[in-house]
Design a binder for this molecule. Structure first.
Ligand code: SRM
Ligand code: SF4
Length: 566
């Protein structure tokens, strides 16, 4: 295959992929090595494609160092579930696995996947096997391939949701790596002699970097479609999906001090009829495969390819390869990127309950027995479970006559959406950060709840306890909880210090702007109190916080707007 990329030196990761024999590397041997809890350096990279990250317990780092022990290596395992849907039986399996091999909790992620933390190397294979026995998979939940495909999690709200959910599954399956390495390593399947591996789309080097796809159904942008490499916006006519607006080049990660890295929202480049949308997705991926930067991983997402060469170049290359042109984007309106909580009746007359799960962490704590409650629900539930892109959970497809039972269980374990939950808390997201994420500079998931306790007092004093200002925190600028799209966003700089960003839109179509750097909690409260107070007094009708801080010039609007090609 002709190499079109003009980037010269290949990064180390490209060499690792090159010699990995289609993602096998020496993972089998690394897993067996009893002398260390870690894998070999190359296998640490390769195992991501299999759905796992090697980590260590950062809380125990200095204690272990003092004792001259190697770090307490452990693995995070990410379970891919397109659109975040699982059956009660699968839920029970995941619940059991988290106790048997993990740290006892399940993390519902910002991309509608499940994560386990704290799995020791000796248990990794069994964990992955048992996930597969539950008819779920970890393949391609990480790595330089297409990741979990997101879509609005509530398919039975209308026929459109049903169709979009099916498309998410199709896209997910279509873009899975074809190598049989996964089955050989984890499922003990023998490689069939004489059948060489072949990756028709990814080729030998896979993609230059991770690739993310999400599908949104207006007016809900609860999956933050513009944060994806490829976003699809479902367009409906007469209650039927006719096709999708195609958005390209979203990605939120950046690195402090590296100017060329930045969060970017996807541009809307055209409309594709629904029959051709997988062809469009495949071609977008192929262009990125051939032109993406393979020498510097910080500059290798599709957003960089597009910014390096120009959006017009990208669209021309895409259409040239397709052999047909996208038509003009169709009008769409997004109202919010948050979740709506509580009960909703689907068109199939079944019930859906969206449950607030603070930062997606499912575990039992004192009088808040969330994990037990969900286990008990799974034992009697005849519907399904759906993860939202905001780290929450929908207990879905509940029969009318079971609604009361579900409510009773939620109440018994103290986990239903409490009437006192404030708008601010319900609109909050935080990434994992410490103690497992190796890239975290500061706390996020373990800290944001207590910061919100204090901000709630300010909100309440100003009569804003029900206002859903979206607030997001990440422990570093990789932006896993999409802080750049928070009306209030925090990015960790150091333990106890955060950059504060303000002014994203309420519907996910405008990034926020840096307001102040290196703030302590005290600084954050001092800075936010007068702004919140003024917002309560001066906002115009229905004006969202993000729009207000821009109108009042508290921050400049984000420099770059989404481009819509017409
Ligand atoms: Fe993320 C890396 C957690 C969604 C951008 N992300 C990581 C790692 C694996 C750290 C690492 O590389 O060692 C984190 C594991 C922490 C842990 O202990 O579990 C991690 N990311 C997460 C999750 C679990 C956050 C959460 O609390 O829910 C989300 C899992 C999603 C999933 O199920 O697939 C998660 N990550 C995101 C998102 C949001 C999204 O996709 O909508 C982003 C921003 C969007 C984007 O991709 O641009 C995101 N994660 C990153 C990046 C920056 C990528 C970049 O282009 O710069 C990294 C670092 C990297 O890839 O090198 C990263
Ligand atoms: Fe880790 Fe940073 Fe992602 Fe948070 S944003 S999970 S700290 S990589």
């Amino acid at each position: 295959m002709e190499k079109k990329s003009n980037y010269k030196e290949l990064s180390e990761d490209e060499h690792i992929k090159d010699k990995s024999d289609f993602l096998r590397g020496s993972i089998k041997d690394s897993l067996k090595n009893p002398l260390t809890g870690a894998l070999s350096a190359d296998d640490v990279k390769l195992i991501k494609y299999h759905g796992s990250y090697q980590q260590y317990d950062r809380d125990l780092e200095s204690e272990r160092k003092q004792k001259k022990l190697e770090p307490l290596y452990q693995f995070m395992v990410r379970v891919r579930a397109p659109g975040g849907v699982t059956t009660p039986q699968q839920w029970l399996s995941l619940d059991e696995l988290s106790d048997k091999y993990g740290n006892g909790s399940i993390k519902l992620t910002t991309r509608q996947s499940f994560q386990f933390h704290g799995i020791l190397k000796r248990n990794l294979k069994t964990t992955i096997q048992e996930i597969n026995e539950a008819l779920l998979s970890t393949l391609a939940s990480c790595g330089d391939v297409n990741r979990n495909v997101m879509c609005n999690p509530n398919p039975y709200q209308s026929h459109i949701h049903e169709e979009v959910y099916q498309l998410a599954g199709e896209i997910s399956d279509y873009f899975l790596p074809k190598t049989t390495a996964y089955h050989e390593i984890w499922m003990d399947k023998e490689k069939v002699a004489g059948t060489p591996d072949f990756e028709p789309l990814y080729h030998l080097h896979y993609l230059p970097r991770k690739f993310k796809i999400a599908i949104a159904i207006p007016p809900n942008n609860d999956i933050d479609v513009f944060a994806n490499d490829l976003g699809l916006i479902a367009i409906e006519e007469n209650n039927k999906v006719i096709g999708y607006n195609i958005c390209v080049g979203g990605g939120l990660g950046s690195t402090f001090g590296v100017q060329e890295t930045y969060p970017r929202l996807a541009d809307v480049i055209g409309f594709s009829p629904k029959e051709k949308v997988i062809e469009v997705a495949e071609t977008v991926i192929a262009v990125q495969r051939d032109y993406g930067n393979r020498s510097d991983r910080k500059l290798s997402r599709l957003k960089h390819t597009i910014d390096d060469r120009g959006l017009e170049w990208f669209v021309a290359e895409l259409q040239n390869r397709l052999g047909w042109n996208l038509s003009k984007p169709k009008p769409y309106v997004f109202k919010s990127n948050g979740d709506e909580y509580g009960w909703l009746k689907g068109i199939n007359h079944k019930w859906f309950y969206t449950l607030f799960v603070e930062h997606g962490r499912v575990r039992d704590e004192n009088d808040y027995q969330l994990k037990t409650a969900l286990r008990e629900i799974a034992k009697v539930h005849t519907g399904d479970f759906r993860l939202t892109g905001n780290q929450n959970l929908i207990i879905g497809n509940i029969e009318e006559n079971r609604k009361k039972d579900i409510e009773a269980i939620l109440e018994l374990y103290g986990v239903g959406n409490h009437p006192k939950l404030t708008g601010l808390r319900k609109s909050s997201m935080a990434c994992v950060a410490l103690n497992t994420c190796g890239l975290a500079f500061a706390e996020a998931e373990r800290y944001l709840p207590s910061l919100i306790d204090k901000l709630e007092v300010i909100m309440k004093n100003n009569g804003l306890e029900n206002d859903d200002i979206n607030i997001r925190m990440t422990g570093c600028p990789n932006n896993c909880a999409r802080s750049s799209l928070g009306e209030i966003g925090f990015v960790g700089r150091a333990i106890g210090r955060y950059n504060m960003y303000l002014g994203a839109s309420h519907n996910g179509d405008r990034l926020n702007t840096l307001y102040k750097e290196m703030l302590s909690e005290e600084n954050i409260l001092e800075e936010l109190e007068p702004i919140i107070k003024a917002y309560a007094q001066e906002r115009s009708e229905h004006e969202h916080f993000g729009d207000y801080v821009i109108r009042k010039n508290i921050v400049e609007p984000a420099k770059r707007n989404i481009q819509v090609l017409n």
